[in-house]
Design a protein around this ligand. Structure first.
Ligand SMILES: *Cc1c(COP(=O)(O)O)cnc(C)c1O
Length: 372
């Protein structure tokens, strides 16, 4: 009997990928989509008009390769981080790519790879593990405590034991939502010898007083802080992520990126968006209010929401999380089942979407809807 195509491909695949599943958040066309931490608000019309104008100016010149160094975009990012976080960076300290996932891939290609190890504290962003594996980097899953927190002692101990080449920190952490104590970041830098990546994809949603790792860059040449325009900026479809680090680290990324990796259209769109950062970020406060509302209502129902510095809430206290997930989907509400026992994750949407989620959950679990 001849070999099936499936068996053939399994045999041809790199051995470590045989039988592996791809990243798989379901993309379903349902009325309320609160499963991938997107920003629920559309790009405001004035910003959309400015982006179109900026792209239009590029279209006639698509015969040429884009600026390989995306200089205008890097300048726009430096200015944004100055306005938003009060950090003074040089343009040679920032890097960008098609989503922060590609930024992370560049980092792992340059500083991870075969014979090297990356460590992350799980549960955390699943792409940290997937990108590590895809680049041939060994993945080490370090632990958090039962409340998903990470103490300085536990972090340092696990980093010392594993001696990784790359450490992933995620602050605010996805999927648990909470920002990391700055002391943990400094302690991990001191306990490690390799690159320390702090993934701050949700930083704009952090509660008052949370300090960005950007402020540690000047003293720590092995620290990398990654951010994205996908969440707070409401720009997930454009695919723009970035990082800040020492210029020498960025020289390492130039070795592995594909030439001209950011198209002229992406660069033009991102520059126009950054010029309107205030308008694009105008819904962050509204989303934070809905997030806090979710935490309050779920707690009043006796469920266990994890404190959140992001635009989503992980909540526990469910007997059978997958059944609840399916029952919500049957009611037109898509949230995320990350297979953490008794837990589901929902992102804060518009007030209407958030109400729809809470009402559906009250219906499924027979909770007091008057608390919504
Ligand atoms: C969403 C997310 C990203 C961003 O991905 P993009 O590729 O920029 O869209 C990065 N890190 C974490 C932790 C995330 O949740």
């Amino acid at each position: 009997m001849s070999e099936s195509n499936a068996a053939l491909v399994q045999r041809l695949l790199r051995p470590e990928f045989r039988g592996q599943q791809a990243y798989g958040a379901p993309q379903l066309d349902v009325p309320v989509q609160l499963n991938v931490n997107e920003n629920s608000y559309d790009v405001p019309p004035v910003v959309a008009a400015s982006i179109i104008e900026s792209i239009e100016a590029e279209v006639a010149h698509l015969n040429r390769y884009p600026d390989r160094e995306f200089s205008a975009l890097r300048k726009g990012l430096v200015d944004y981080l100055q306005r938003q976080d009060g950090v003074d960076l040089d343009v040679d300290q920032v890097w960008a790519a098609n989503g922060s996932n590609e930024v992370l891939q560049h980092l792992l290609m340059a500083f991870g790879g075969p014979t090297r190890r990356a460590l992350g504290f799980v549960p955390s962003y699943s792409m940290h593990e997937l990108i590590s594996r895809a680049t041939g980097t060994e993945w080490i899953a370090a632990r958090r405590d039962a409340g998903f927190d990470l103490s300085v002692r536990d972090a340092v101990q696990q980093v010392r034991d594993a001696d990784p080449d790359v450490v992933f920190l995620c602050s605010p952490n996805n999927p648990t939502g909470t920002a990391m104590n700055a002391e943990v970041i400094t302690a991990v830098l001191e306990a490690s010898r390799g690159i320390v990546i702090t993934d701050e994809a949700y930083f704009e949603f952090a509660r008052e007083g949370t300090r960005s790792a950007l402020h540690l860059l000047a003293e720590h040449p092995r620290l990398v802080v990654s951010r994205t325009m996908s969440k707070a900026f409401a720009f997930a479809g454009a695919r723009v992520g970035y990082l800040a680090a020492a210029p020498e680290i960025i020289d390492g990324l130039r070795i592995v990126r594909l030439p001209y990796h950011l198209s002229s259209l992406t660069q033009a769109a991102a520059c126009a968006a950054l010029a309107h950062s205030e308008a694009l970020l105008s819904n962050v406060q509204a989303l934070k209010a809905q997030r806090d509302r979710i935490v309050d209502v779920l707690a009043a129902w006796g469920l266990s929401p994890v404190p959140s510095d992001s635009n989503f809430v992980l909540f526990g206290g469910l007997d059978d999380a997958s059944t609840v997930w399916q029952a919500l989907l049957d009611r037109g509400v898509l949230i995320r089942d990350l297979h953490i026992a008794g837990h589901l994750r929902v992102n804060a949407g518009t007030p209407e979407e958030t109400t729809a989620f809470l009402a559906a959950l009250a219906d499924v679990l027979h909770l007091d809807a008057s608390l919504i």
